[in-house]
Design a binder for this molecule. Structure first.
Ligand code: AMP
Length: 255
């Protein structure tokens, strides 16, 4: 059985994980759980979209065998006292801007994997750092599940599908595809040998000019360790996170 862990508000990106999961197991289980421990105190835990009926209909249409929708008390029963912390890889990129986020992610994924015991679990490259953190954790703790990464599923204009896209105003939605456009432009320039620092600085400027309020990072990193790179090497990844209005969007591509 293969598990697709999600926080619900399901969209075509989640569906692509469910379809990919069918190649790895006869039965697919989707978990839907908005995990409180991965949200910071000023983040969007309370307003995160919750659409259980719509989600169940999507899962049924996608042909999944079962949906696991636990309550917070089932995942974190009274007395729960363990936290899983993956060092190094969690301190950069989103980890630097969301303290404690990846401890919450690692803890809930470890618990979900031990509760459901799938032979495989699928995660999107959309949350590229999360995928690397989970691969590291599963290897370090010898959790008997294969972790499979799935490419990012995008809208026609390049914007990565995300539950948080629902927060965007029509104007913000028009600006949002600049993230993917700048990733593509920068990747091409890096491969063409242009100066990396200049490329990254100009991408950040372009994102602000397009209507974003701030850029948390726009970085070239090693695709496994996520260490920042000053020069291109095979297996590099460009990753970005930027804020527009009340929404924080992330995206990345292979270089
Ligand atoms: P979430 O519900 O946002 O926590 O996402 C659940 C899983 O779906 C995570 O592994 C995400 O990386 C993945 N995912 C979300 N959006 C996309 C997308 N556009 N393409 C591929 N995977 C995605």
């Amino acid at each position: 059985m293969a598990l697709v862990p999600t926080m619900g508000a399901l969209h075509a990106g989640h569906e692509s994980l469910m379809q990919a999961a069918k190649n790895h197991a006869d039965e697919v289980i989707v978990s839907i759980f908005v995990n409180p421990t991965q949200f910071g105190p000023n983040e969007d835990y309370l307003r995160y979209p919750r659409l259980p009926e719509q989600d169940l209909a999507l899962c049924e249409k996608a042909g999944v065998a079962a949906v696991f929708m636990p309550e917070v008390e089932q995942v974190y029963p009274a007395g729960f006292a363990t936290s899983v912390s993956v060092k190094g890889i969690t301190e950069v990129l989103c980890g630097a801007h969301r303290p404690g986020h990846f401890d919450g992610v690692a803890t809930v994924v470890a618990r979900l994997l031990m509760l459901v015991r799938p032979k495989a679990a699928l995660f999107g490259e959309k949350d590229y750092q999360q995928l690397q953190v989970i691969k590291r954790m599963v290897q370090d703790l010898a959790i008997p599940a294969e972790i499979i990464g799935v490419p990012i599923f995008r809208e026609h204009d390049g914007l990565a599908f995300s539950s948080r896209n629902a927060y965007l105003s029509p104007q913000e939605r028009k600006s949002a595809p600049i993230l993917y456009a700048e990733l593509c432009k920068s990747a091409a320039a890096i491969k063409g040998g242009a100066d990396i620092a200049a490329i990254l600085a100009s991408a950040k400027q372009d994102i602000i000019k397009a209507g974003f309020d701030s850029v948390d990072y726009f970085s070239l990193c090693d695709g496994s360790s996520l260490a920042e790179l000053n020069s291109y090497k095979p297996g590099s990844r460009l990753l970005t996170a930027a804020r527009i209005g009340k929404t924080r969007l992330i995206d990345n591509i292979a270089v």
